[in-house]
Ligand binder design. Structure first.
Ligand code: ATP
Length: 445
């Protein structure tokens, strides 16, 4: 399958089955903003729940928070976002690359016909220099003036840094410990695209781990290992995951070391999560800008220091896209194309489809009762319309791992068939056991 067609097919399946819709579609859509439909919201929620489970509930040394999207504007001065994104920039209308206006590689004057793009070599395609900030601005209160400017956060991390002492004191944690958060972030991306890969509104799953200076390198290695394993446990093909180490020219000003976990998308190897050793940059800056001491006092050692931070930062939408890309496949079955989303049962939006084989002989009644029973334990879907083969296919496309059919033997023998999405094999299982049967397979890694 050609890679571009794979993305086209996926976008179309996502719309058809209710995973992802274009935002405000009836008005022609809004650029690089997407809405999650009934199946998509479940998929993304499962991603976030798994992250929260692994990062917060399963550990003693990480606390969760949910900070507000709007923050004091000084936060973004301290973080470097206000200054860092307001350089004059020029864009190439042809290759969509963006450069600083003073980039020495640009020949001619940007905005004029003689200017040449240093990447694609096109002439006359460079825009006039423009001041550009990636942050979305809005106003707080009734007056739209400079003093009232606030920003939609471009990352969730800052909400963690400014709450570090609150969490430390209220939770009685000691260093080393971490704070985790899932939430929306907004970036006025200039070259967005590739469906939900790069959007202007997205969700981050970030964790900041506070450590004693000098122990940061070993914590960094541990976190690299744990985070890669988490992605593998989602069922992603291991060969499509790799590390990318930031070289000196890529490294952000605050980072002492940075590695990205990349996935091999149809449009190339791309970052899905970053693991960064940020040193004491963040707490140092907030200490300076707020005038509040953010040091940690280690009672046992009678030492005072500013903790170093190891950050793990993943995008929930990117992970959801990774799962969809990884899961999509087409197979030829009895002369027909079968489209399957081979999602891991733990992240599949619907866990089981329930079908009466025919709409008579008491089968719908038995199937409905079973369906209501299952729905108390996990998301299930009832379908009695069309041939059974078509009903299975619809569930294959939605990524539903189990199809449960009530047939002519169910009433007398108290058994149903359980059809497995991937192998299409069928097992006969007791009506009273089928909920446990499915639940065990959802939980099993
Ligand atoms: P990129 O280089 O792709 O722009 P980044 O290095 O700016 O990403 P970070 O600031 O490290 O990304 O953000 C951490 C994570 O947040 C990324 O790994 C990604 O999963 C997610 N993310 C960042 N920007 C976007 C976006 N515009 N749309 C969707 N997810 C995003």
């Amino acid at each position: 399958m050609a890679d571009t067609t794979l993305m086209d097919k996926l976008v179309s399946l996502c719309k058809r089955r209710g995973f992802v819709f274009q935002s405000s579609e009836i008005y022609g859509g809004l650029g690089s903003v997407w809405d999650y439909g009934p199946l998509g919201v479940e998929l993304k929620k499962n991603v976030k729940d798994r992250w929260w489970q692994a990062m917060v509930h399963a550990r003693d040394d990480i606390e969760g928070i949910d900070a507000a999207i709007l923050m004091h504007p000084r936060v973004w001065e301290a973080s470097g976002h206000v200054a860092g994104f307001t350089d004059p920039l020029v864009d190439c209308r042809h290759c969509k690359n963006r450069f600083r206006a003073d980039d020495p590689r640009i020949k001619g004057t940007p905005g004029q016909p003689d200017a040449q793009c240093p990447v694609c070599g096109s002439k006359g395609t460079l825009t006039e220099p423009r001041l550009f900030n990636l942050m979305f601005k809005t106003f707080m209160g009734p007056v739209e003036e400079q003093a009232a400017v606030v920003y939609l956060r471009p990352e969730t991390a800052q909400g963690i840094y400014v709450n570090y002492l609150n969490v430390l004191q209220s939770s009685r944690q000691r260093i080393p410990f971490g704070i985790a958060q899932i939430g929306k972030a907004f970036r006025n991306e200039i070259t967005p695209g590739n469906f939900i890969f790069r959007t202007r509104e997205f969700e981050q799953m970030e964790m900041q781990f506070f450590v004693k200076p000098g122990t940061d390198a070993e914590w960094f290695e541990r976190w690299r290992e744990w985070r890669m394993q988490w992605h593998r446990d989602l069922g992603l093909a291991p060969a499509r995951l790799q590390w990318h180490q930031h070289g000196p020219d890529e490294l952000a000003h605050y980072a002492r070391a940075a590695f990205d976990i990349q996935y091999q998308f149809p449009f190339g190897w791309q970052e899905i999560e970053g693991i960064h050793n940020r040193g004491d940059f963040d707490l140092g800056r907030h200490q300076e800008y707020s005038g509040k001491k953010l040091e940690y006092f280690d009672q046992a050692a009678n030492e005072r220091y500013l903790p170093f931070i190891v950050e793990t930062s993943a995008g929930a939408d990117r992970v959801a896209l990774t799962l969809l890309v990884d899961a999509y496949r087409e197979e030829q079955v009895e002369g027909e194309t079968r489209v399957v989303l081979g999602l891991h049962p733990a992240v599949a939006p619907i866990k089981a489809g329930v079908f009466p084989l025919v709409k008579k002989d008491g089968m719908p009644e038995l199937a409905t009762a079973l369906y209501h029973d299952l729905k108390r334990r996990f998301p299930a879907f009832y379908d009695d319309s069309g041939a059974i083969g078509r009903r299975y296919r619809r569930m294959d496309e939605a990524g539903t791992p189990f199809g449960i059919t009530v047939d002519g033997e169910t009433a007398a023998q108290r058994t149903v068939t359980v059809r497995h999405r991937d192998s299409m094999q069928q097992d006969r299982v007791g009506v009273d056991q089928v909920a446990d049967y499915v639940a065990e397979r959802i939980a099993g890694n």
